[in-house]
Design a protein around this ligand. Sequence first.
Ligand code: UD1
Length: 361
Amino acid sequence: MNIHLIAAARPNFMKIAPLYHALKKEKWANPLITHTGQHYDINMSDSFFSELGLPEPDFHLGVGSGTHAEQTGRIMMAYESVLSKHKVDLVVVVGDVNSTLAVSLTAVKLGIKVAHLEAGLRSFDRTMPEEINRLVTDTLADILWTPSPDADENLLREGAGKEKIIRVGNIMIDSLEMARDAIEKQNLMENFGLVENQYGIATLHRPSNVDEPEMLGNLCRMLMKISEKYRLVFPVHPRTKKNLIQYGLFDMLNDFEKIVLLDPLNYTGFMNLVFHCRFVITDSGGVQEETTYLGVPCMTLRPNTERPITISQGTNRLCSPHDLENGIDKILTEIAHQASVPELWDGKTAQRVVESIKNLQ
Ligand code: UD1
């Protein structure tokens, strides 16, 4: 069975790695990796392949950055060309990036089965490009592998056939457990002069937080204020860096010695810092899940989340830039007593996905 796993952007690499390794062990399965090239910097792409033991992609579309329409269109044209030359039995897309939508649309129109891993998540905020990608992908996909009960409910409410929905759990936890030894071996705290449990980590890349100068400026000033109390490590996403430079904010942050400003980190290095930090400030999807799993307090700088289980059960809290400082004090006292790990976030999701694919034959 020729199974295409679609890699595209940073969070995707972690999601396909456990599945690639699990499928590789099966005689009936031939997993092949397609990299769309949505992310292309070494530290946004290649470093993840080597760390997660992934081989060179079988197909590389090399589309790069662009507007949403440009990127989506280029992926569709390039992937259609791959599909026209190679026999594919199943296309597996993950997450909610532009490549997820573009590849799904291309494959279903050629009559090829599509399965979506991480289906059913909804922020109910259509100003987010990811929400549009999720809605379209789930409408098109033949198989909907979900991480949590709220995802099943969302899909059923939207009219998805019950037989398409299979709860498999959270694949990001498989990646984390797969890399645990490598994560624990690192010691990034020493490199950056940090003390166990006395620093926070910040990550920001959502357009709503980083694309407008006023919002980004407010967030920078808030991070500087918080860093007076707790040192902060801030690995800067390329989108954010470009805007910080353009709006004249980069040097201000870089010169502020209580904030350690870094280029994007590799997976094990970043997770090593998360293992030992006091709290995380983020707008990432995956980080909300990883902190819940590890019991690390997480402040999410967004008005909503497509991962509500990280709030109802986990260590995550939503906040605005304005509430951030008070929110951190509150979360540090409150979270430790109540958080728990959601069901099926157990490192065995890839195996459940393999069983589900096996049943298709
Ligand atoms: C994308 C995803 C987002 C995901 C994020 C993780 C969409 C709509 N968004 O956002 O859901 O959370 O990835 O990082 O698919 N750039 C580089 N080098 C790279 C990649 C990007 O410099 O390797 C710069 C380019 O200037 C580019 C910008 O970052 O224009 C944005 O990249 P893009 O892939 O469009 O979106 P992200 O913000 O990374």
